[in-house]
Structures are given as C-alpha cells and as structure tokens.
Design a protein around this ligand. Structure first.
Ligand code: MN
Ligand code: MG
Length: 655
C-alpha cells in the first residue's frame, strides 16, 4: 500500500487555477528554519460522495465529498506542505451506504464507493467513527481493505491487555508518517508526523449486537495518555489526534462520548481534528465552552477544528513549524472551517464550489445503482401509508414512525437501568397540508415501499432520543399537542376544528397510552408552548394498559432530538429528561425496521380519539385524495362536506 512508501513528498498544490490562489501567510513568510504544514480535515461524510439527497431523489448543493474535494485542490495550492485526513463516520448514513450493506454486499476484494472516492483524493490517514460499526466488523474490515491510506484507531481492541499499549487493537492504534517538509528557503527536510485515532466508547452500546464478545472499547483520554509518549519515543516530531468525538465538557469523566476537550490536555498532542457532533469549529456555537477559544479555534490553547458533516466544510489547521536541531515544533497556528455552500437571507442556497470530476467519475456506477435502489421496493406495507386524516384520528403514517422508534429504543435500553420502564413513542405528522397546500400529504399505497418513500414519512434528518418522564408530564405533553384544535362549544354545528397557527409537526401523538381529547375545554398551552390556562384539561381517560395514568408513574418516551431538547417547548421534553442520545437518525431506524421486517403493518391502533360531544359537528380541511381513504379511518365518524378553498376538501366530523 502507498503509505508504506517512506519519505513521501507532501502533496503540493495542483497547477490548475493556481494563479488565482493566494498563498497562506505561513507559506509566504516562513523563514529558512520554518515550514508551513496545513492539515485538511473531512469528517462525518456518511457516504455523501455526490451532492445528492437520495431520500428526496434530487441534487443538493449542501453536501458531497465531490464538492469538498474541489476545494481541496485549491486549498492544497495555498500551502507548501499539506496533509489530508478523514475523521470517521464515512461508511454509513445515506442510502448509498445502505445499498452497499443491505443489497450489494462486500465480498472479499470489493471496493466500497466511499473508499474509492477517498483513494481518488489521496488521503494521508483516517480514523474510524462510531457509524463504521453499524454493519458489523467483517463488513468494516472488507471495506477498509481497499483503502490506499492508513486507518488508525487506538481505543477499540480485539483483546485487551493490562494497559492500552498491551492491547491487540482492531486497527493500528496510530501511524508515524515519514514525510519531506519544504521550508521557507525551499529546502526539504524529513519530518515524522504521528497520527492517532479515537472513537466514542459508546459504540459498545450502540452496536452491541455486532461488537459484544468481539471487541472492547477504552476511554479516549486514558488511551491517548498511554500511546502518545510511545509515539514520541518512536520519533514523532508532531502528533495529530483524529478525535471522532465532539467538543464537550472540560470536566474529565471516564468513558466520555465527547472527549475532545480533556483530550487536548494530553501532553504531546499538537493538533486535534474533531467531529461526531456534526457541527462547525471554530464557530460561535462553542462560545461558552470552558477551555475552548471558539474564535481562534483552540482547545486548551491547541489548534482544533471540526468540519461540519456530509462534506459541508473542509476543516483546516495551519501550523507554522520551526526546526529545533533535528526536530520540528509548532510555533504558531490558525484554524478555519471552509464551507462548500452559502445559505442566503432568503434561505436559498448558493454553491461555492463545483464538483471534482475525478471523484464523480470514480463513483458514478455506484451512484447509478443507488438511484435504482432508492426507487425500487425494499419492503412491503400491508396498509396504505397516508397522512390525510393524521390530525383527526390515529393515523398509519404516524403509527409506523412510532412503531420503528419504539422497536429501536427497546433494543438500545435493554440491559440498562431503564430496561423495566414502559416505553411509549411520540411522533407527529410532518406532511399534513396546511401552508404546503392540498397535495402536501404522505400518500404511499399498500404494497411496495421504496427507500425514497421513507423521506415522505420522515422529512427531517433528526436523530432518535429517549426521555424519561412522569405520568404528569405525559399528560401535559399531550395537552401541549392538543393546542392543535380550536375550543368547540357543545352543540355547535360545523365549527372550525384546526387552529391554523399551530404547525402539524407539533401535534405529537403518543403511542403506547390511550386517551381522548375533550374539545369543549380550552387549551392549556398557546401555539408557541406558553402556559395559557394552568387549570385547563383537554386530555381525558389517559390510560396505560387499561389503567389510569397517575402523575407519579414513570415512562420512557421515544422521540427525536428536536423535541427532546426543547423544540416546541413540550413539558417533559425541555432537554433535562434525556436518558439516551442515539447516533442513528429516525429515518435510518425506519429503513432498518422495514428492511428487517420485510412486510410492515402500519395500521393505526386508534389509541386516541376525540371525546364525544353530543349533537356537535366540526369541519376540517385536507387533501381531496383523502376521499379514497375515508372508509379506513377508525375512531371517528367522518363525512364528505364538499370542496373548500385553495383546492382543499372539507370533511365533517360528528363528535
Ligand atoms: Mn456522524
Ligand atoms: Mg397509535
């Protein structure tokens, strides 16, 4: 493999367009005893090679290693010496990854498309993210066998010794790259660059079924403390940590998921490449973090970077090195995360770079096959998946999301202290007309389900969360949801049912409990989640397993990161009740559920309904195609009430 060639020259910039390139000041001004080394980072690519959203089946300008790649050649040209590293989470996370894992498979000798793309770009090293374990160790090993670059990971062991240095690690814990460095006078000198990699030890929980009994995980910081001195002993002039771990607390704790701040304190590490959180560093996001300079891009004074996700940014660390006898040390640094696109004030997106043709060509065949994959059936549904009645009755499009979330959280909480608690699941209709218009509904017929249909069921790339709540919070969560409806006078005829100021994505249905909504009562919360009437109560007959839910009962609710961290201001979901943060998106979980089940049965179980109000009718509007499904709706009496404005159809409900 290429990386065994010693004393490789750093890749210098290409000549194409070089005339337009401004040399970085470190390169322009380096003295004879100094040299500029630029470290370029990609992270959390998640198989996004093409600028394409395979769920929506359309091109996008915000993602794609083909885009990041084209800034790589310019950015290389700005510096005398460069290194290109990847920080992990490249093998899973979009339908191309699923296609290779679930459909085509990786036989001995097969090339994984993301590895093909990375080889095309000439990466110098990479580490392994948590998602690399999602399809099992054998799949991972076969995928990485095709890499032209060293893969390092220090804290995952096939067999653990008495200390990390005695572990038999799954991948090489670190690599010492022998390179030739060009100094300010144009002379070249050898340098040894140590590169070590880390992944969150939580992989043992997240991918227990693949990892338990096969590998073990160590604490990131403790592992670094063991190996970094050894790398120095082996002559590393500088050491770069590839930390597939976020920038989090400065307070060191055993087994931290986001350990990059304490990691920066380890003596001997010169620069940190971070990731996992899908955020950007340096950026104001990290303004309030202890030991972090979010403006300068340092952690404990050491340069650090995080290059967004899906190829959105290229992370840059510029080091000015000075020769000290025969060794090199860092005397100055700058960091930056350079984006591939810009969001304009009107929310439109402008691409800032074009595709790199070599990357596009290298993966074209896999891209075409992935397009065919997302467009063909991967499973079947025994009932139609539509959202026409999602706001007035328990509904199959919401039900399937709830079922998949609960299925997933049950697996994740098995063998934890929460294993005995009842698991509920909260989901809301995302496509439910409103300002989206009369066609803006989920509508998948019974029969084949394709991957692109999943985007229709779950519009947002949220990740799964579990919160632990009381019975009182379950009730208030539902009171908050019930703000969807206007208050209805008993005996009223054709009263307007829906509050147009209330977005459907805040109408959470909680599956696993049964309840009714009494529309004669006022809403406890206003449409933004503020308390409107403290004594108001619309949720009646709230029960779990047929028994009334009491305020002090305890439940787990499966939901998403938006809701769990305070999105929509739901009681019990203000960020302080989270007990499990999943690495997986709700969409991935739905795909996995469909692929594993083969045929899904999303029939709604009618666990909620409106409380009867004798002699009262309300009108609501939905898409005209709702008429095809009127007979299937359970728990509510609906009749056609003709056409409504703007292409909508009106329906009458007898309460
Ligand atoms: Mn990731
Ligand atoms: Mg239900």
């Amino acid at each position: 493999m290429k990386h065994n060639v010693t004393r490789r020259q750093f890749l210098a910039g290409t000549t194409a367009g070089a005339a337009l390139i401004t040399l970085h000041p470190f390169s322009a001004r380096a003295a004879a005893n100094q040299a500029h080394l630029r470290i370029m980072e990609t992270t959390d690519i998640h198989v996004h090679v093409y600028p394409y959203d395979y769920y929506a089946d359309r091109p996008v300008d915000t993602v794609g290693l083909s885009r990041t790649a084209s800034i790589i050649s310019d950015i290389r040209a700005e510096a005398t010496n460069t290194l290109l590293v990847d920080n992990g989470d490249f093998l899973q996370g979009n339908p191309m990854g699923d296609y290779i894992a679930y459909e085509r498979g990786m036989a001995e000798g097969d090339m994984h498309p993301i590895v093909t793309a990375m080889n095309t770009l000439g990466f110098d090293a990479a580490t392994i993210g948590n998602h690399e374990f999602n399809y099992g160790i054998s799949f991972l090993e076969k995928s990485m066998a095709g890499a032209d670059f060293p893969v390092v990971l220090a804290n995952i062991a096939k067999s653990e010794g008495a200390s990390p240095r005695e572990d038999e690690t799954l991948f090489a814990p670190y690599v010492i790259l022998d390179r030739m460095l060009t100094d300010g006078a144009g002379n070249t000198h050898p340098i040894k660059v140590g590169v070590i990699g880390f992944t969150p030890p939580q992989v043992m929980n997240w991918d227990r079924k693949h990892l338990e009994g096969n590998v073990t995980a160590r604490d990131i910081v403790a592992t670094a403390e063991a190996y970094v001195p050894q790398m120095r002993e082996e002559g590393a002039d500088i050491i770069i940590a590839l930390s597939h771990s976020g920038i989090g607390s400065a307070q060191r704790a055993d087994g931290m998921e986001n350990a990059s701040v304490p990691l920066a304190q380890v003596d001997g590490i010169d620069a940190l490449v971070t990731g996992h959180s899908h955020l950007v560093f340096p950026s104001p996001t990290y303004a309030d973090y202890a030991a972090v300079d979010a403006d300068k891009g340092t952690i404990h004074g050491k340069p650090a970077v995080m290059g967004g996700f899906w190829g959105s940014h290229l992370g840059l660390i510029d080091l000015l090195l000075e020769r000290d006898g025969n060794a090199w040390r860092v005397v100055s640094s700058e960091t930056e995360a350079r984006p591939i696109s810009r969001r304009n004030e009107d929310r439109s997106i402008t691409a800032l770079v074009e595709d790199d043709a070599a990357v596009i060509e290298a993966v074209r065949q896999d891209h075409e096959e992935t397009l065919a994959y997302v467009r063909r059936a991967v499973g079947k549904t025994s009932a139609p998946l539509h959202s026409y009645f999602a706001l007035v009755a328990d509904d199959p499009s919401v039900q399937i999301v709830s079922i998949a979330q609960k299925w997933y959280i049950e697996q994740m909480l098995a063998n934890t202290e929460y294993a005995g608690l009842p698991i509920l699941s909260a989901a809301a209709p995302f496509k439910a007309g409103g300002r989206g218009g009369p066609e803006y509904y989920t509508d998948v017929a019974a029969g084949d389900v394709a991957i692109k249909n999943v985007a229709d069921l779950y519009l947002y790339p949220n990740t799964v969360r579990a919160v632990k709540v009381t019975g009182a919070e379950v009730k208030d969560w539902l009171e908050r949801s019930a703000g969807m409806f206007n208050q209805v006078e008993p005996g009223a005829q054709d009263a307007a049912l829906l509050n147009p100021d209330f977005p459907s994505y805040n109408f959470d249905v909680i599956d696993g409990v049964t309840y009714q909504i009494d529309l004669s009562q006022p809403s406890k919360y206003d449409p933004k989640g503020g308390l409107a009437q403290a004594e108001a109560s619309r949720i009646v007959n709230l029960a779990y397993n047929g028994e009334p839910v009491t305020p002090d009962m305890e439940f787990v609710i499966a939901t998403n990161n938006y809701r769990a961290s305070g999105g929509g201001s739901f009681p019990g979901a203000m960020g302080d009740t989270i007990i499990f943060e999943a690495p997986d998106t709700n969409r991935d979980v739905i795909v996995r559920y469909i692929v594993e089940q083969g045929t899904i049965n999303p029939s709604a179980d009618a666990n909620w309904s409106f409380a009867p109000l004798e002699g009262t009718t309300v009108l609501f509007e939905t898409g005209p195609r709702a008429r095809d499904y009127m007979g299937d709706v359970k728990g509510v009496t609906i009749e056609d009430a003709g056409e409504a404005a703007d292409g909508f159809a009106a329906f009458r409900i007898k309460l």
